[in-house]
Design a protein around this ligand. Sequence first.
Ligand code: BGC
Length: 672
Amino acid sequence: MTEPRDRADRDDGLESEVRRIVDDLSLDERLHLMSGDGKWLRGNLEMAERYNAEPLVAGELPRHGLPGIRFTDGPRGVVMGAATAFPAAMARAATFDPTLEERVGDAIGVEGRALGANLFAGVCINLVRHPAWGRAQETYGEDSHLLGAMGVALTRGVRPHLLVCVKHFAVNRMENSRMWVDVRVDERDLHDLYLPHFRAVVDEGAESVMSAYNTLNGERCGQHHHLLTQVLKEQWGFDGFVMSDFTFGITSAAKAANGGLDMEMPFRMHFGRLRRLVRSGAVPGSRVADAAARVVRAQLRLRGRGEPARYTPEAVACPGHRALSREAAARGMVLLRNEPVAGAPVLPLDLATIRSVAVVGRLASLPNIGDLGSSQVHPPEVVTLLDGLQAAGTAHGFEVTYDDGTDPAAAAAVAGAADVAVVVVGSTFRDEGEYLLKAGGDRTSLRLRTADEDLVQRVARAQPRTVAVLMGGSSFVTDRWHHLVPGLLMAWYPGMEGGHALADVLRGAVEPQGRLPLTWPASGNDLPPFRRFARRITYGPLFGYRMREATGQRPSFPFGFGLGYAPVVWGAPVLAEVGDRPGDDGRVEVRVRVELTAPAGRDAVEVVQVYVPEVLGTHPAPLRTLRGFARAEVPAGTTVPVEVALTVPPGAAEVLVGPSSDPDALVVVPLS
Ligand code: BGC
């Protein structure tokens, strides 16, 4: 991870201007900078009708030429207007491709600016400790390294155009009880496992941090002096501003201001008391001046940033951004099974022989692009999975028949009459998402609905060439039925072009190359404790693939796993370089190299993953931890060398290299 940037060097002249402006502000003006500008009643009514249709403004001071913070939510795209709906962040995580995520960030930045925003609050990097978390879809999975890499990439893409806010700081990963749950975490677990990805994004230059609703070890995150002031601002050198999560983010103005919160969003509620608290000495005036300086600094940082010629109404959901959404969706889909039927793998579809495809399942014709919470994007249209397959049928000469699966016997008959069946099942906003009146919340089960499990089995019995396509934002327990279908593909919430992306992958125009950003457990019992309406919960050091190793459980599909159509042959990985000087954190840089060969006749894609056995947090034994990865494109019939750079702790003896976290697939590379 990078060192905290030296802001003074980079911002020459900025600090004196910040000081000049803040010195010139009255107490009321300083306090004005510390909360959203909207009026409570009107603002709530507007948000209830259509959340974030317009930028949410905070701290506008025309006298000083300060435009205010103009907030748009994310991360599925820009929530305002009718913007491009990208695949959910979890789908993008599955690409294991920070370069692609940076391009998505660029498109989001351009659209946000074109729609009048200047801050994007869509870098959501909470770690999925349990796959039932309703908002897993908004983030990048269970691994801190991947979360950091993708969060940094999104930040890098957005920042040339907008300020960036990273959220929810910290340990927010339970939805239904998010407003009150007290999360107990040992300080070592917090620093080793739950915070490093936030540090990476802060070091990348995020100008804002949104605090979480939950409490951490007894104190609300928006009022947490240790978290906000000691760790974020003092240890990490963060000189941006901390905003509260919306409306219920804090309970005490004095605790929040003194704890390090700089802005109450989206309205002035508790912070309406700040003037009195400053007058009485309960909140020092210097703290208010510091908060004001932070909000001014962020606004000044935006000056001169950007490429105005790109911020036109036509840029919003333009063909180029839609094509990017399609590319990201296709590349994020994860092929989990591809078994032979009559001697050849069921996928890709052989369009020379296939004349008819039966599409089954209600989700196939639903614009199913994620939940209806604060990350909901409103694209001008959504290409459903059925739309995409029908368009491909027209273009490539196969017929598509559709049955929504309401009557499983009828659906099985339709499937049996075709050459291939694609059965679409999984989650919608009703099963998972932000916990709002509309629906969503944490999942009640990690399995498919019973009716969906039944439908898949019936279709598979009627049609040997059955491909199950799953939609959702997290992992599923599939043990009851996955062995019955030769083809299994996770499509996530694939954005506004998802149907075209699915067709691209099924017919082999795009190589399946997604890798799981979270473990798919063999059973719901193989997981850390989770209660939807918990008052208190302890987050320990074990979750995800590290928990699998510690407890010796075998998942159905491991973290990092995904198949391609073109099997890649791996050479023996070797150590290419070991750094001779440790960094400030004591870690040493190493480079690992491996040669990959693609079969003749088909380009391949592989994600080389490097795991390091490390003692982290309170768990006493070393467990394999992802520390580096590299996605490689390997042209048909060629061999390409791939290098992965990573850091290892002092004294590390070996690293493990392979195509997933599956121990059987990892090769040990000694470090000496
Ligand atoms: C969510 C945030 C979101 C905010 C604004 C909150 O309920 O937790 O992620 O940015 O609302 O709507």
